[in-house]
Write a new protein. Structure first.
Length: 267
């Protein structure tokens, strides 16, 4: 099935975004949809929600994971926003668990949940997993829905490594240049990735996102990891054709899928 036929059948790619407050979720979604505008919010019946009413409900501590976030720049993506598990609250965890279970069993594939992005910010002092997050990766059965961990605000680690390099006598220019690579090496052996070695339900993969607030922010790694985590060929085609920020992955995907067929016919 080609992408145009897939789009007529499925229409939209659905993503659940889980993350703490101030994890940079909205900024990342704006980058993916190539916009700086705020999303429009719709309830489960498809009716648009007044943003002033939504803000008031947030202030009262109300939240509806069923609400759909859609950016006008790319309506092919539908996002569901889940609050993080900062306090390890039972209600928040059960809400997310029930949502995943329900949306994994929908009859129409267009109504199902297609992928989960789990955001962990790296600019907090502890940079460790909360009790609720640990519980998610130990107990929450996502079935065939792939889970991708997004280590957001990864550039916060650059500052730490920059300080270490400066203390070691490295020049300002060299410390600034070396800090990102040092941060990646330190992170590779840090507690965040080791945590996933011992959990019952580890994510499919992870991606580190830095400087998402900058105009030249690159979401290429997130797009590639998401496409790679999708086992369903139809959903993979839908995702690759829906994203509009990375032409290279469209070309790469097309070559990977078509070239082997032509080589076989040549033989």
């Amino acid at each position: 099935m080609n992408p145009s036929k897939i789009r007529k059948r499925i229409d939209r790619f659905r993503i659940l975004v889980i993350g703490r407050a101030n994890a940079g979720k909205t900024t990342i979604l704006q980058r993916i949809c190539n916009t700086q505008d705020k999303p429009k919010i719709y309830n489960s019946a498809g009716k648009e929600i007044d943003l002033t009413v939504l803000t008031a409900s947030k202030e009262r501590g109300e939240h509806d994971i069923e609400n759909e976030m859609v950016f006008q720049s790319n309506p092919g993506f539908v996002f569901h926003d889940s609050r993080g598990f900062e306090a390890g609250g039972e209600s928040e965890f059960e809400e997310v668990k029930a949502f995943i279970t329900d949306h994994s069993k929908r009859g129409r594939i267009a109504k199902r949940l297609h992928v989960i992005w789990f955001c962990i910010p790296m600019d907090e002092a502890s940079r460790s997993f909360t009790a609720g997050e640990k519980r998610f990766f130990s107990e929450c059965d996502t079935g065939s829905i792939p889970v991708i961990v997004l280590f957001t605000k990864f550039d916060a680690l650059y500052v730490i490594e920059y300080g270490k390099l400066k203390e070691a006598g490295t020049s300002l220019k060299d410390a600034k240049r070396q800090a990102p690579e040092c941060a990646k090496k330190t992170f590779a052996h840090g507690p965040q990735l080791k945590f996933f070695e011992d959990v019952r339900r580890p994510p499919n993969c992870h991606v580190c996102l830095a400087n998402m607030n900058k105009d030249d922010a690159d979401c290429g790694a997130l797009i590639e990891q998401t496409a790679g985590a999708l086992d369903d060929e139809v959903l993979k085609k839908l995702f690759v054709s829906t994203q509009q920020t990375n032409l290279e992955i469209c070309m790469k995907y097309a070559i990977q899928r078509t070239l082997p067929k032509h080589l076989d016919s040549t033989k």
